[in-house]
Design a protein around this ligand. Structure first.
Ligand SMILES: *[C@@H]1O[C@H](CO)[C@@H](O)[C@H](O)[C@H]1NC(C)=O
Length: 186
């Protein structure tokens, strides 16, 4: 069950997710300067994502809270086939010199996956990127536009795409996440 969830939320290797890998090593995007973990905490809704996974759950959101040991409690939820599903994970700042570079895992048997905050204003939106090198030959990546509300203006999403693209991240296959009819069910 947990394995299935991990796949759904996209935190697993390229092969398992049957993704199209990109040649070459991961890009090295700029991340949010002077990142404030505290301001980033709280509830974020998934507005758009890469790769395209049409058939997965909808109303995807994540609630980040600081634990007393300064790790991050990560609770992700979605509605799948009319049912609310939740999984809990753990986040950490992987490199204190680069606090916007988080690592998140949803299972103690899996390593931390990169979860880099490329940019955020903390109150409206955040751009998140995750990339894993495979033998330096190719890489697999995930990208998300997150919002504090269930929708963002089209102009904000367009700008987000530009920021990804400027950092050599291919978001041509990025798709909007389904956030309709969510609050009724919850
Ligand atoms: C987020 O998690 C915190 C801590 O567990 C909880 O108090 C809060 O109600 C949660 N918020 C949502 C929207 O789930």
């Amino acid at each position: 069950m947990e394995f299935v969830h991990v796949v759904m939320f996209g935190f697993i290797s390229a092969l398992a997710a049957a993704q199209v890998p990109h040649w070459g090593p991961c890009p090295e995007p700029e991340v949010q300067q002077a990142f404030s973990l505290k301001q980033f905490m709280g509830r974020w809704f998934e507005i758009a994502k890469l790769p395209a996974q049409f058939e997965k759950g909808r109303c995807i959101e994540t609630n980040f809270t600081l634990r007393t040991d300064s790790s991050i409690r990560v609770v992700s939820s979605e509605i799948l086939k009319g049912e609310l599903k939740k999984i809990e994970g753990t986040g950490i700042i992987e490199d204190p010199k680069n606090p916007a570079k988080l690592g998140i895992t949803y299972s103690y048997v899996l390593p931390y996956s990169p979860y880099w905050i490329l940019s955020t204003d903390y109150v409206n939106q955040a751009l998140v990127y995750s990339c894993t090198d495979v033998l330096r030959l190719f890489h697999v990546d995930f990208a998300w536009v997150l919002g504090r509300t269930r929708s963002l203006p089209e102009s904000a999403i367009e700008k987000a795409r530009e920021v990804f693209a400027r950092n050599n991240i291919d978001v041509t296959r990025m798709i909007p996440s389904r956030q309709l009819g969510c609050d009724k069910t919850l």
